[in-house]
Design a protein around this ligand. Sequence first.
Ligand SMILES: [Zn+2]
Length: 245
Amino acid sequence: MRLRHLFAAGVDIILPPQSLLTGDLADINAGTDLWTQLNFLDEPCCYHCGFPFEFDEGDKALCVRCSIKRPPYVMARAPFCYDDKSRSMVLGFKHGGRTEGLPVFAAQMKRAGRRFLDEADFLIPVPLHIGRRVQRRYNQAALLARALAKISAPEFAPDILMRHKSTPSQGGLSFTARRRNVQSAFRVRPRSKPVLIGAHVVLVDDVMTTGATLIACSRTLLRAGAARVDVLTLSRVVKAARALK
Ligand SMILES: [Zn+2]
């Protein structure tokens, strides 16, 4: 994919100090290989959802989906594609306890979110239902948001948004089914409402697939009084990538 080549020149600046796969210096080449194969994302892209464009069509150019229906968030950005190259790394982080890449992930997310990150008030991770958090031992979105808060201006705010409904796994569901699945799953904690009024928040998650979860969270935050919501994920599915060829 062309985005990989576009970003190849910057690879030595962003190379992780040790293997992302094992955290082992002896295995640095495995990490380097993985890193150079990732499909990085950057502008030009859809102003709202960040879908990558082949050509620069202006700052506020929209993809087909956003031009039909504007998402509730202003901008969604991710540093790289969720695809065959990045899947093992993302799933290893999500389910396998491989957290050694966190500082590099955070640095990459900071790059992707540079247009809105430093003006934001809060970094809010997409919450897991308590049952799933116990099962996974940690919320990967919260780890990303906390790592990002260490290198950027907004405050890490893991207690504002909660998931009060345990939703079935989203894997394999269509956008409509996912939306139905999550639309009433989130709420703002009553005690957090005063700090949210007029706030600019950034929602953080590991993967943006259809965006249904992030849309549901954005709506919940806006309804509770947030002035602006942006979205920052570690990776995103670029479903219509074949249309870019
Ligand atoms: Zn879009």
